[in-house]
Design a protein around this ligand. Structure first.
Ligand SMILES: [Ca+2]
Length: 284
């Protein structure tokens, strides 16, 4: 990781909120689909300040409709407030939603938000610590499993690296996925030994199977690790949320004919991107 010589005096770094949305409407109104994937994360009570900070946001939507109505929204926000004389905290959120109605359409949304803190300095025998809380919330809903499907995926993670060696020291992640219909459903939490979750304020809720599915995780916890030598630490926290809803006409020949008809086929692609760094890692 890049080392910066001058410590932060006071910086509030806001990634420009990004919003991508698209909507296509056509004649028919039939069965409906819905997919949402949301994540928020807050980090506070840092006992050390970073020497540099970054925030990243990104959002993308894609809609296609040949016979139906589809709406997608993707939003991302991130901020990091580093102040040696006050509270240092970071927070960010990411939301992707898609809903459709009709016989033939596709809607996709993807959002990404991240905060990065570079070079927290910890002296020999000292402890680096912070508190965190966050949630990951996925939902899918369809009416007709033979013609419709909805998926929602989310990944919320933070990692601590030794800035000098780039070695991963600790990590925490919540991974969720829903496929409706389908069995590709999951909600998993992984954490390394320096991370403690508060059991009284950590909840998991999942409902897999059927035409409406849910995967939700609410977490509150603490990171704390003591170092036996002088160490610079880098914190990278990020979240990616993706949704997709789709419906298709049962007869492939009919759908193919519609796609080939340019007068009926419409497509939009909107992308808004704002990043304060080029070091953007994004699931695809
Ligand atoms: Ca499922």
């Amino acid at each position: 990781m890049k080392r910066y010589l001058q410590p932060i005096n006071k910086i509030l770094l806001l990634a420009t909120p990004v919003i991508a949305s698209s909507m296509l409407a056509a004649s028919s109104t039939q069965a409906a689909t819905l997919g949402t994937s949301e994540a928020t994360f807050n980090i506070e009570n840092f006992n050390r300040n970073p020497l540099d900070i970054r925030t990243i946001t990104d959002a993308v939507t894609n809609t296609i409709s040949t016979d139906g109505q589809v709406i997608t929204n993707a939003n991302a926000n991130a901020n990091f407030n580093a102040d040696p004389n006050a509270l240092t905290f970071a927070s960010n959120s990411s939301t992707s939603k898609a809903q459709g109605e009709g016989l033939s359409y596709l809607g996709e949304g993807q959002s990404f938000a991240a905060v990065l803190g570079y070079d927290f300095l910890v002296q020999p025998g000292e402890t680096f610590s912070f508190d965190f809380n966050g949630l990951l919330d996925l939902k899918t809903s369809i009416d007709n499993p033979t013609t419709e499907n909805a998926t929602a995926n989310g990944l919320l993670t933070f990692e601590l690296y030794d800035s000098g060696s780039n070695r991963l020291l600790d990590s925490f992640s919540i991974v969720g996925s829903l496929a409706t219909p389908g069995n590709d459903d999951a909600l998993e939490v992984q954490q390394s030994g320096s991370i403690t979750l508060d059991p009284t304020q950590t909840y998991f809720n999942k409902s897999f199977g059927g035409t409406q599915e849910i995967a939700q995780a609410t977490v509150k916890g603490k990171y704390s690790r003591t170092f036996d030598k002088s160490t610079y630490l880098t914190l990278i926290e990020s979240k990616t949320n993706q949704v997709r809803v789709q419906a298709k006409v049962p007869e492939p020949s009919t759908a193919f004919g519609l796609v080939l008809s340019c007068g009926v086929f419409t497509m939009t692609w909107k992308r808004k991107h704002k990043a304060t760094t080029s070091v953007l890692t994004q699931n695809s």
